[in-house]
Write a protein that binds this ligand. Sequence first.
Ligand SMILES: *Cc1c(COP(=O)(O)O)cnc(C)c1O
Length: 369
Amino acid sequence: MTATTTTEEKHEQARAKTWVRAEIQALAPYSVHPSSGLVKLDAMENPYGWPESMREEWLDYLRGAAVNRYPDATAAGLKERLREAFQLPATMDILLGNGSDELIQIIQLCLLGTDRVVLAPSPSFSMYETVAKFVGAKFVGVPLTDDHEIDLRRMQLAISRHAPAVVFLAYPNNPTGNLFDRDALCEIIRSCDGLVVMDEAYHIFAGQSFCDQLEHHDNLVVMRTLSKLGLAGLRLGYLTGPGSWLDEFEKVRMPYNVNVLTQMTVEFALQRLEVFEAQARLIVNERRRLYEALSGREDVTPFPTACNFILFRSDELPARDLFRRLVEQGVLLRSFDGSPGFLGNCLRVSVGTEQENDAFLAAMDVCLP
Ligand SMILES: *Cc1c(COP(=O)(O)O)cnc(C)c1O
């Protein structure tokens, strides 16, 4: 490759410009800040590894993996393990995704077209809007109240005005971290003729769920992921809800979307769920400690959270500057600078190990003397 652009290459670029849909060209690529050498507290990962003996057992077990074969297309065994481990209602179906990101994509591919609307509170998980752009649908974001609660009246107005085919509700919400009022969410499910997806990505830390509401609402499905539990690298999300919806979603799912190693490893991990539950308890304890430490500072305002992260506002420095100073101190957070509204001056810290959290708090002392 040479640095100069040949006429031929220019011609190819022009062709791409002609043919790639304008709304895709307008998107910014999903970018992840390099994390090498940094204390990585930017992505809501479980910071703990596995006990050595468990690793050994796992590697032994993987010896039997038939990677020359396609994976089990229905993954029936894995679904039953998930049903048992997470007590999913026996009357509901299960759909598996390559991460819950893929489930968001499957749902939108099924329900949306150019004349359809997807609606969510704002700010919330960014993929709801990004995927809407992929499929060429209209996204409507309904602002939260000043204390990050769902604005029931505004939501209901927007629902009656736009008649969304699907509403995404993150419970608890990312990036704010809070659990919305349960009664308000039930009202929203009742107000909506289209599908409501309850995104319970942080279920393991929040201990709250709408699974018990599934039988009462035929337009409700519950979505979860194993990523925040501690298996982010495997990419497995699941959706549970009535067959009337899931049978249709199933048609859009790529036949072998959950690979052999993921299927085997998740089955292995679910037999040792207590390891992950114990790690989640450690994370919740550390979250409390971090929250108290941040609350004690004059220069930032942390917001209440039911997740494995804390969103906080930077009150003395622009978020971008605090983010940069923390990186200089070797600590990587997520900054929301450039976002509209209050979020633009916020950072999000994922809860790490005790040592990582200490490193973050020490870095804060240096960055905000
Ligand atoms: C992290 C996250 C997801 C995506 O999870 P994956 O299964 O890793 O794709 C979905 N929803 C919310 C609210 C999240 O925070």
